[in-house]
Design a protein around this ligand. Structure first.
Ligand SMILES: [Ca+2]
Ligand SMILES: [Ca+2]
Length: 234
């Protein structure tokens, strides 16, 4: 007697699991920032409210873009030099409210590198000498910053969903802090001097909750799904 009812229930659940497109929902929050590095600040996100469903995953994505700025490299040594330079911005995020750690306890999403990388070769100094950052060839060069971007994302290990001073779960909010310095490197080439102007940085952090909606909502999905099956079978 009760066997019939028992069998029907798991059948419905299998269908819901199989039809994951309609059974799984996402909540996406994106917060933006922009300015001239070095930049730092806090972005505020809502916690996941457990009464809305069963949380499946938390993904955190960090995007950074660097534009503009200039870099001058000037060889003042008495021989030809070659190396490579990097120019743009780098970014990291962190939080004391939540733990940004993967299931392997590794920091997520990791550093983003929005910079240009290029090889250079400059002749021996042609007489300008040190402390003037002369961009003219053949012993100097000027690089004008273009558009450079990078993004990284990762999933927060479920062990850490409730850790930190606030955690991801609840009805309140938490902050994620960003830190974006300008990044310039000309390697360790002897005899070279360089100077740079500021880039512009823009970026965002996206927190995505993937969850199975609360049972009432699933029931609606299931009814709708069976209704559509019934139509198809006719
Ligand atoms: Ca020079
Ligand atoms: Ca010089």
């Amino acid at each position: 007697m009760s066997t019939k009812g028992f069998l029907l229930f798991p059948a419905a659940m299998v269908f819901v699991t199989g039809g994951s497109v309609s059974a799984v929902a996402t909540s996406v929050q994106t917060k933006y920032f922009s300015g001239i590095p070095s930049l730092s600040g806090s972005l505020t996100f809502n916690q996941f409210n457990n009464s809305g469903g069963t949380l499946q995953s938390i993904q955190v994505l960090f995007y950074l873009q660097s534009t503009g700025g200039e870099l001058i490299i000037d060889n003042d040594g008495d021989s030809l030099v070659s190396g490579s330079f990097q120019f743009g911005a780098i970014g990291n995020i962190g939080s004391s409210d939540v733990d940004l750690l993967s299931s392997s306890s590794l920091p997520i999403p990791g550093q983003v590198n929005a910079y240009h990388s290029q090889a250079f070769s400059l002749d021996a100094d042609n007489g300008d000498g040190p402390d003037n950052y002369d961009p003219t060839s053949p012993d100097g060069m000027l690089y004008s910053g273009g558009i450079e971007s990078d993004s990284k994302s990762g999933f927060v290990g479920s062990t850490f969903w409730s850790m930190g001073t606030r955690g991801f779960l609840g009805t309140g909010s938490f902050n994620i802090n960003y830190s974006v310095p300008q990044f310039v490197s000309c390697g360790n080439v002897e005899g070279v001097e360089y100077s740079d102007t500021r880039v512009n940085a823009t970026g965002y952090v996206t927190v995505t909750y993937t969850y199975i909606p609360e049972p009432a909502t699933i029931t609606l999905f299931t009814i709708a799904a069976f209704a559509s099956l019934k139509r198809k079978s006719k």
